[in-house]
Design a protein around this ligand. Structure first.
Ligand SMILES: Nc1ncnc2c1ncn2[C@@H]1O[C@H](COP(=O)(O)OP(=O)(O)OP(=O)(O)O)[C@@H](O)[C@H]1O
Length: 227
């Protein structure tokens, strides 16, 4: 489990390596990446990062370290001020990148008036190659009913619905921004389980941000023991 410092962010690589493609393009490649907010403040600079296809890579950093900034750049939601990055071999936000990536942001943006079934139906309509069984299994295994209204769900369950939407898309690269923050150990384990199962089954590359490495290493070990 090599860990390397990148400025104030720690990069930690996990995963079995079983699906690692080796000679193929990196799932994410950032070179001298920098981002400055409109107010003039740099929050990311000189960031070089390679996420090999088929790996799980964890970005650990305290609040304000720039984790969301990096993930939003990868998701194509903002543009670099300096440097460049590609995801699944394409520019973030391009049609190729949108097809190949799924992003679960911290605020899990979903339609609050939709039911869970409506939400997953929308996922099916918007995504070619949608895996309806996998998406429904992710919510069902957490006891979330198809008729539950998204806006009435507790935050952890909303994150789970967002994760179901992301995994239903069958992404090559799954970008997860602090989905474990604020959850107790059992809830962390429950949320990680479908991510690790998808990685094991399909070789999905995962880039996951956390505040502390132990937020992910402890529940991941518990999922491994239970498997
Ligand atoms: N719109 C903005 N304008 C100016 N500064 C901002 C803006 N959004 C975020 N920042 C600052 O950029 C820095 C990096 O923020 P970012 O959200 O990427 O960090 P983070 O590591 O994800 O933190 P957290 O764990 O709290 O989500 C922080 O200091 C934050 O205050």
């Amino acid at each position: 489990m090599p860990a390397a410092r990148r400025g104030r962010l720690t990069v930690w690589t996990a995963g079995s390596g079983r699906h690692r493609t080796g000679s193929g393009p990196a799932a994410l490649h950032a070179v001298r990446l920098g981002y400055r907010h409109r107010g003039g403040r740099w929050v990311l600079w000189g960031c070089d990062l390679v996420v090999p296809a088929g790996e799980i890579v964890v970005l650990a950093g305290a609040s304000g370290a720039g984790k969301s900034t990096l993930l939003r750049l990868a998701a194509g939601l903002s543009r670099p001020t300096t440097g460049w990055l590609t995801v699944v071999g394409a520019a973030p936000g391009s049609a190729r990148a949108r097809r190949g990536c799924a992003f679960v942001g911290q605020d899990a943006p979903l339609y609050p008036h939709f039911t869970v079934a409506d939400t997953l139906r929308l996922g099916r309509e918007l995504n070619r190659g949608w895996d309806d069984r996998a998406a429904h299994a992710v919510v069902r295994s957490a006891g979330i009913g198809p008729g539950d209204r998204v806006g009435a769900l507790p935050p952890a369950a909303r994150t789970r619905v967002a994760l179901a939407l992301a995994l239903g898309k069958r992404p090559e690269l799954l970008l997860l921004d602090e989905p474990l923050t604020g959850l107790d150990p059992a809830a962390r384990r429950d949320l990680l389980a479908p991510v690790l199962a998808d990685h094991a089954r399909r070789g999905t590359t995962v880039l996951l941000s956390v505040r502390e490495l132990s937020d992910v290493t402890e529940p991941a070990a518990a999922v491994g023991r239970a498997a």
